[in-house]
Design a binder for this molecule. Structure first.
Ligand code: SF4
Ligand code: SF4
Length: 144
């Protein structure tokens, strides 16, 4: 039977969460993107996601493109292989609000293009009404 996952409250004095983590924060990067407002915007995001290893999350009303990609410097023991020379973004990151004991804790999280499109369809149809069949003008053969 596997051990229950450690949480922050299980840490003893002097221990740090990273000692019990598989470097979760070093396995992706995320960039803010414009909030999608139109069907075309959602379609562009869907295209990003079709490339795989890409997710979308929303936090505090900002949309992010998340790319799952392990940093090349994660060591076999999940520690940083270039700790003294790690980038500033890694230095600024702290365990205070990291994902140590949480899975996706975002306001919204889309893991597949299908999930995103389902959301878009639910949010947008009133803005992009589809024409009813009776409103579609069909070409009339022989018309001049
Ligand atoms: S900062 Fe958090 S997510 Fe990153 S390695 Fe440490 S415990 Fe894991
Ligand atoms: S440089 Fe080190 S701390 Fe930064 S993402 Fe890579 S392994 Fe993690």
């Amino acid at each position: 039977m596997s051990q229950p996952r450690k949480t922050r409250k299980d840490l003893k004095p002097g221990e740090v969460a990273c000692d019990y983590c598989t470097a979760r924060c070093c396995r992706y990067f995320a960039l803010p993107i414009d909030t999608p407002a139109t069907r075309t915007d959602f379609d562009h995001i869907r295209w990003y996601m079709l490339h795989g290893r890409v997710a979308i999350f929303v936090d505090d009303e900002t949309w992010y493109l998340m790319v799952h990609a392990d940093c090349k410097h994660i060591r076999d023991d999940y520690m940083c292989g270039i700790y003294e020379d790690r980038p500033a973004i890694c230095r600024k990151y702290t365990t205070d609000e990291c994902e140590f004991e949480d899975d996706a804790v975002y306001d919204k999280f889309f893991e597949t293009p299908e999930q995103l499109w389902e959301y878009a369809e639910a949010m947008l149809p009133h803005k992009f009404p589809q024409p009813r069949p009776s409103e579609i003008a069909l070409p009339v053969l022989g018309a001049v």
